[in-house]
Design a binder for this molecule. Sequence first.
Ligand SMILES: [Zn+2]
Length: 245
Amino acid sequence: MSALRQLLKSVFAAALPQSWLMTHGPRAAVSQQQEIALTFDDGPHPEHTPRLLDALAAAGAKGTFFVIGEQTLRHPNLVRRIADEGHEIGNHTWTHSEPAQTSAVRFLEEVTQTRQMIQNLTGRDCRMMRPPKGALTVGKTLGLWRRQQTIALWNSDPKDYAMTDEIELLRWLDGYRPRTGDIVLLHDNPPRAAVAVERLTRHDLRFVTLSEWLDRSCPVNVAESLRDSNPVLGQLCSEEAANVR
Ligand SMILES: [Zn+2]
């Protein structure tokens, strides 16, 4: 699993269009400001997500929230608030089940269920998908592409989920040197993401959503581009579709 993930990140990311797999955004700056994408996984959380949204609003920043379907069911108004305030909502499966224990069929069912929930709550389709732990198999990967989902990973990870207090996160942030195109992985189920936003505003940064980058660089249909540009992967994708049915 780990080996496949490394392969995906190091080889595929360089070879595939960003609409299939993002590990970072465009590295070329379009203005004087550096541009990075903040991503927040595992919410929404009834206490920490509102505080984070307040911090983002104060900073004039947009982020991408990879929500867990079960959590959206518990906190639908928070999902609406995230969307209403101009942030992007991504799919992080329905239950966040352990990847190694989750078949491709179940994983893809969870993705579909969560996507439907997001659509129902916000009126918008969801195209960004982040697998729990970034872990995928070939079957899951092809299933996501067939469903027009962009697999969104990251390149900067403070491992905030393993930290016990804000000091550790602030220490990481003080050593972090933002570079245009960075995708920073944070979580809004622990209480520290708002602090991270506040600290990052010390830099002259513009915070963008993942789709803003994608729309700028690669406005293509995943499945069509898969078929058109790579018949072998297109065939695998069709075979995966048959298996899932
Ligand atoms: Zn997660």
